[in-house]
Design a protein around this ligand. Structure first.
Ligand SMILES: Nc1nc2c(c(=O)[nH]1)N=C([C@H](O)[C@H](O)COP(=O)(O)OP(=O)(O)OP(=O)(O)O)CN2
Ligand SMILES: [Zn+2]
Length: 135
């Protein structure tokens, strides 16, 4: 019997969607207001879920306090109040779209969670735009 447990977190970050190999007109046409050269911010909501068997001794799939601390240390410290394009190494050559941010977060957390358990990341860039990645 598998159960999914989830932890919600938030972080604020600035970004710009831009490809240096495209001219300004194409960047503007594809990325619109998110191509603003002076950057802009989002309040990201993150839901990290772990699915697995319930441990018979603890009753936990995973201790949610431990999951909270992993997210704080490895996601919030890396991304909160950062300019994703200029401050975060993973986005030096990677457009910080919601999709790419979700994959970066999943890759940070995956090695830290029991590999018998499934990991899913849901990232809300706006209250109505969200992406899901589970490897
Ligand atoms: N597939 C993707 N599409 C878009 C992304 C993305 O990361 N992946 N990002 C953006 C923008 O960065 C940003 O999300 C703005 O999108 P938009 O829908 O214009 O959102 P609003 O600011 O109008 O806020 P809503 O609350 O969503 O209306 C665009 N596309
Ligand atoms: Zn944006």
């Amino acid at each position: 019997m598998k159960v999914k447990v989830s932890r919600k977190a938030t972080f604020n970050a600035a970004h710009r969607l831009h490809r240096p190999d495209w001219d300004d007109a194409k960047n503007q046409a594809v990325f619109g207001k998110c191509n603003n050269p002076r950057f802009h911010g989002h309040n990201y909501d993150l839901i990290v879920s772990v699915t697995g068997e319930i441990d018979q001794e603890t009753g936990f799939v995973m201790d949610l306090k431990v999951l909270k601390e992993l997210i704080q240390e490895h996601v919030e410290e890396a991304l909160d109040h950062k300019n994703l394009n200029t401050d975060v190494p993973e986005f030096q050559d990677l457009n910080p779209t919601a999709e790419n941010i979700a994959v970066v977060i999943w890759n940070k957390l995956r090695p830290l969670i029991d590999n018998q358990k499934e990991l899913e990341v849901v990232l809300y860039e706006t209250p109505r735009n969200f992406v899901t990645y589970s490897g």
